[in-house]
Design a protein around this ligand. Structure first.
Ligand SMILES: [Zn+2]
Length: 524
């Protein structure tokens, strides 16, 4: 079937999402902010109680009319959506399905929003779907496409995710391509596809989709990993081990730190295939795992490796990218001369970055403290900051304790920080809270990107604020990401935080790790 429809995202689709329990009732009432709270509808009379039982056509009809009569602000165009939401509110999914079927069988007018919401009911009951349910999803989708030339993005998402639960899941790849024309598909869509692909034994599609998610800086959802785990179990122990390690390599490649719950599921399954695993605390100072006795990998650079990286950063990040355009070439030349005449520095500080980190304190307060911190430890410090800062009266404190280079107010700061630090050799460090992502990506080559990240892990001080005050986070001695030493895998993890919507690159050393130790003897 050729899919030929456009997608648009009307404002109204927002209100069709589950878990949004208020309805703005019409354009006219919008200005008066007349809204209906789902909770009020559920608690204010006995209708909701009636809706919990198995209802006949006559009873559904009566309930629908009663709600319309009692709530003049509820119009026929939204009442069905509201009733479905009322059913689902306390997990009466089957009643919501029954209500939709009542509407369809009695020829009520069904808009795309209600149909999409109906498909979403099957997503809610995905762990108990019958073959008949799967057929119902496919047929409902097909009917919807016959009826509507246009689908809003919310309905399209509901179609994709529900179809991914059926044998027609591969069809969703085309729908996703269509969605991409007008909007950027979210992680839920890609995760449903990747999960379906693993479940249906099509790893190539799954890995490609998983890679898409990560490259889009989205967080792969839990269902992908659970399906991957099911896929790992399809054959023998060797197959399981290879697939498990394949996932670990993927996490290394994309610097993914999995959620505790996910890695625990892998650990619990791996035990059946000859692994012993344990949740351990690994200190960032010692790098020692008490489960297997191994150490995490120390971050090291050979002289050649460092020089090659420094040259590439100079060529690709500073000269060969648009950053160079944002930097005055004469100024860069002047800066290079300055570095040649004053180096080597032990620490290079991004002054502007620190000035704006703690807005509650006086402007240069943090920068002055950080400079003093390193000065007291006998370090030769360079502060890079903007010309306008010289006007601040406290600036002389900084000039007393550090070398200072003032760059034009419009120049990009990061290239200067990277250049100055790398020009001072392998042991120079820098202080900045910038994650330097953009610069890592402009290296293009994957191997170089990994080396840059390794260098960053081991050369960047971060300033962290907490309830107890400010602290300086030292560069790492040991690699803080998934890694293998001998026959042991060490996987750091994070506690799940649903508020994080994008894949944050991880610049904390997790104290929670899982150790996977493979013990071949256990297998035979
Ligand atoms: Zn270990």
């Amino acid at each position: 079937m050729t899919l030929f429809y456009k997608l648009y995202q009307p404002l109204r689709s927002h209100f069709y999402k589950f878990n949004i329990n208020t309805y703005v009732l019409s354009k006219q009432s919008y200005s008066a902010k007349k809204i209906v709270h789902l909770e009020t509808l559920i608690t204010k009379d006995d209708i909701y109680e009636e809706m919990k039982s198995d209802l006949s056509t006559v009873e559904w009809k009566r309930i629908r009319e009663k709600i319309l009569q009692k709530n003049t602000e509820i119009t026929p165009s939204i009442v069905d959506s509201i009733i479905i939401d009322m059913c689902v509110k306390y997990f009466h999914v089957n009643n919501a399905i029954a209500y939709f079927k009542f509407l369809r069988e009695n020829n009520y007018s069904l808009n795309a929003g209600v149909i999409g919401k109906y498909l979403k009911l099957y997503i809610l009951k995905q762990n108990s779907l019958t073959n008949a349910d799967k057929i119902e999803i496919v047929e409902t989708y097909n009917d919807l496409m016959q009826k509507y030339q246009y689908l809003d993005s919310v309905t399209a998402e509901e179609c994709i995710i529900s179809l991914c639960l059926t044998d027609e899941w591969e069809k969703t790849q085309d729908i996703i391509e269509m969605v991409k024309i007008t909007t950027s598909p979210g992680s839920a869509i890609y995760s449903a596809l990747a999960s379906a692909a693993f479940r249906n034994g099509k790893p190539n599609i799954a890995w490609k989709t998983l890679t898409d998610i990560v490259l889009r800086k989205q967080i792969p959802q839990k269902n992908i990993y659970l399906s991957h785990l099911q896929y790992c179990l399809l054959e023998n122990a060797k197959f399981f081990n290879n697939r498990l390690e394949e996932m670990f390599h993927f996490w290394i490649k994309h610097s993914i730190i999995p959620y505790d719950q996910i890695i625990r599921a892998y650990a619990n399954t791996a035990i059946k295939y000859g692994w012993s695993s344990d949740r351990v605390t690994i200190s960032k100072k010692t790098g020692n795992c008490q489960h297997c006795g191994n150490f995490l990998s120390k971050i090291t650079f050979s002289k050649d490796e460092f020089q090659k990286l420094a040259k590439c950063v100079m060529d690709k990040v500073i000269i060969g990218s648009d950053i160079y355009n944002k930097t005055n070439p004469k100024e860069l030349l002047k800066f290079k001369e300055f570095i040649e005449n004053t180096k080597p520095f032990d620490v290079v500080i991004d002054g502007l970055n620190l000035t704006y980190m703690n807005l509650s304190a006086p402007k240069l307060h943090l920068l002055i403290n950080i400079v003093e911190h390193f000065k007291k430890r006998g370090k030769k410090v360079l502060v890079l900051t903007r010309k306008h800062q010289r006007k601040l009266s406290e600036f002389k404190h900084i000039e007393r304790n550090a070398f200072v280079f003032l760059i034009d107010n419009l120049s990009a700061d990061d290239p200067y920080i990277l250049y100055a630090t790398m020009a001072c050799g392998m042991n120079a460090m820098f202080v900045s809270s910038d994650l330097m992502r953009q610069h890592k990506y402009s290296l293009q080559n994957e191997d170089l990107q990994h080396k840059f990240k390794k260098w960053q892990f081991s050369h960047q001080y971060f300033i962290k604020f907490s309830a107890t005050g400010m602290r300086i986070q030292d560069p790492f001695i040991y690699l803080p990401i998934v890694q293998k030493s001998d026959n042991c895998w060490h996987v750091p993890c994070v506690t799940e935080d649903l508020s994080k919507e994008t894949l944050k690159e991880f610049y904390e050393f997790s104290d929670k790790w899982y150790c996977f130790k493979y013990n071949e003897k256990k297998m035979y």
